[in-house]
Design a protein around this ligand. Structure first.
Ligand code: TTP
Ligand code: MG
Length: 360
């Protein structure tokens, strides 16, 4: 029998910040933008104490400040989060040879050959805590879908087993948005047909869903609402990244020119992503200056995506980090990293909104 474990770090970016600032351990903390609520940026994540004030990922910092003025706002430090993410992934790889990275703070492990998956999960959580001081929530189920839903049921620091027999009781009452790939748009269309919970969705005939959405999507929604998922753990996904670059006919310091190039390169890469049925988990932008020195900035995404708007926004926020430009630029390059096969990851981000700061 298949046994899949899904692991998702708790309030990941905020937890890394609280580790760095132990005095903030139980405090409402928001990581996002440059940590200045007066600026136009969004919450990347909020600590659980901050969530009690209604603060959510993707919310403008300004709104978060209105909801909780005593909250500590910290700049999002992506290089550190990526480093910790790598450290966690390498711990995971010591527990199973089949590990699928599903995002910056989540992964699936195949534990089908483990004698006691629950004991393994306990050891794994303790190991991560010992090495990183961070807590994770783990779900165990007969497939990736159930394992992922399970890891979300008892956050934070959860360890939840979800069997097919528990699916109706525990999952059907949840809102449809809890299913991977169901964003506000899909949820809105479903609500118009009177479907708000996963149970409502499961009871809708598949033919109705196929008429409402495209056939692959209707089929997916029907199966997901019934707990059916046969997608494999994908470990040996190659390539890991794709990139494209453009050299300007004349060196330039014009932001609009840079942004136009970024747009064109991103469009080309999104086409390549779709052609290879993959999605990207990070975006990097590299500038080579007139003196041939070059620098890159990377932005990890909360979940892999092939959505142009999300990827382009991430690229733009990388570009912003080069400002103020002190030298003219001869080349701009874009790389989509942490590539995943599209069907093994979110079709759209798990939760509403872009995982990036909005464009200026
Ligand atoms: P999540 O696992 O979705 O969120 P989380 O770890 O902060 O909280 P939870 O305990 O509910 O798992 O995302 C992981 C990280 O990805 C998160 O810490 C910050 C980043 N992220 C964004 O930058 N923007 C977003 O909209 C979301 C949802 C996450
Ligand atoms: Mg998380």
């Amino acid at each position: 029998m298949r046994c899949i474990l899904h692991i998702d770090m708790d309030a990941f970016f905020a937890a890394v910040e609280q580790r760095r600032h132990p005095e903030l351990r139980d405090a409402p903390v928001v990581a996002g933008g440059r940590g200045r609520p007066s600026e136009r940026a969004v919450v990347a994540t909020a600590s659980y104490a901050a969530r009690r004030f209604g603060i959510r990922s993707g919310m403008p910092l300004r709104t978060a400040f209105r909801r909780c003025p005593q909250c500590r706002f910290l700049p999002a430090d992506y290089p550190t989060y990526l480093k910790v993410s790598e450290q966690i992934k390498s711990i995971l790889r010591s527990y199973s040879s089949a590990v699928e990275e599903a995002g910056v703070d989540e992964a699936y492990l195949d534990l089908s050959s483990a004698d006691d998956p629950v004991a393994t999960a306990r050891r794994l959580k303790a190991h991560i805590w010992r090495e990183t001081g961070l807590s994770a929530s783990v779900g165990i189920g007969p497939n990736k879908l159930l394992a992922k839903l399970a890891s979300d049921l008892e956050k934070p620091d959860g360890l939840t087993v979800l069997n097919a027999a528990d699916f109706e009781r525990r999952i059907w009452p949840l809102p449809v948005e809890r299913l991977l790939g169901v964003g506000p748009k899909t949820a809105g269309r479903l609500a118009a047909s009177g479907v708000t919970t996963i149970g409502d969705l499961a009871r809708l005939p598949e033919a109705t869903l196929i008429a409402l959405f495209k056939s692959a999507r209707g089929h997916y929604l029907h199966r997901a609402a019934n707990g059916i998922d046969e997608t494999p753990i994908v470990t040996d996904w190659k390539p890991k990244s794709m990139s494209q670059q453009a050299t300007f006919p004349h060196d330039t310091g014009d932001r609009q020119v840079l942004e136009a190039a970024l747009r064109e390169l991103s469009e080309g890469l999104v086409r390549r992503l779709r052609n290879t049925r993959s999605s990207a988990g990070s975006v990097s932008v590299r500038l080579r200056y007139a003196d041939f020195e070059s620098h890159a900035h990377t932005r990890p995404l909360g979940a892999p995506t092939d959505d142009f708007a999300v990827l382009f926004d991430a690229g733009r926020s990388c570009l912003k980090r080069f400002e103020p430009l002190t030298k003219k630029v001869r080349l701009v390059g874009v790389r989509f990293g942490a590539l995943h096969p599209a069907e093994a990851s979110a079709i759209t981000p798990r939760r509403s909104g872009s995982r990036c700061d909005p464009p200026p």
